[in-house]
Ligand binder design. Sequence first.
Ligand SMILES: Cc1ncc(COP(=O)(O)O)c(C=O)c1O
Length: 349
Amino acid sequence: MVSLWTKKFSKNSLDLYEERIGVGDATANFLIEKFEDQLAEEFGRNFAIFCSSGTGALVAALYFFRQFGFTKVSMPSTSWIANLNAVVATQMHPFFRDTNPSTLLAKWNRNTEEILTAIIHISGRISYPESLSKSPILEDFSQAHFSELEGYKAGKIGQISVASTGITKSLTTIHGGIILCDDENVYEWLKTFIRNGVTNNLVETWGHFGLNFKPNAANASIGLSEIANLQNTLEKIRAVKKQYIKELSEVEFVTLLPHRDLEIPLYVELHCEQGKKLKQFLLDRDIQVKMAPPPMFEAGYIDDSGSPLELLPGARKANETVVILPSGPDLTSEAIRLVTNSVKDFFRV
Ligand SMILES: Cc1ncc(COP(=O)(O)O)c(C=O)c1O
């Protein structure tokens, strides 16, 4: 079987953590602090917080903005459903923007001051504010660690920028999330929020709302070892896309969704009018693929998309025509060839 995602870890990813267990220090908080220092440096921000997941990072950031009266979020229609779920969990209301099916990025719209703007980069592609945003920007760069475009660098665009470090991300800790910001007060608030609103276990009053999205030092240890190997991982991700381009360039009716120069091509996606048929054909050959995510406004538990559905046709189209192919830094060239030969066979039958 060819998996949707292939990633291998080095044997010594947990060495730093195991050393601490050896001296009886299972919490190993210093590893978390060391990882956070490196995250702030790598992404060029004043402060970084490591937390338990990208979803936790989103919820924390949304709660932060809610304090200032924001109840509506202008957001893309196409992304991983965690983006919508975080908005629902914080009792905010989505206001969806349509998707461009040839990039999977959301179209831009001018915002009023009352609506929080969420920017989500998809599959390494940078989404950026095409005009001045009147409201603050919450950036989700889960799928675009280390991507850049025209001076916009993922992780530096939002007043608060958040990301997942889940298994299918360029910088992975297997499970985990990142929160980045430049303002010390924002940092202190968010750092306390992800610890149930308390700074330590000895407090005598409950003054600050929060939830438990605490990070874990074993994951931080994996993150430190992944950062040390980062350039190699990014090179391998680029090589996967390059091979797909080379092998599929001459197939009629198939286009690979483009990535621009400094964008990291995290996932390889193919545009094809017969997308769902191609998906089934590949699945029947034991090749794991999936369609671009269904529009989030179709989730059965929300009753208002914020804009009329006829203004949102691109997200539905993307779900019907964009096939996400097996990807990941450790996908072998033989596996890629198996996939591309099968794509060629599909168009021959
Ligand atoms: C764009 C985006 N946001 C948020 C998340 C949620 O992150 P996590 O799975 O770490 O909770 C993901 C996960 O894939 C994602 O792709």
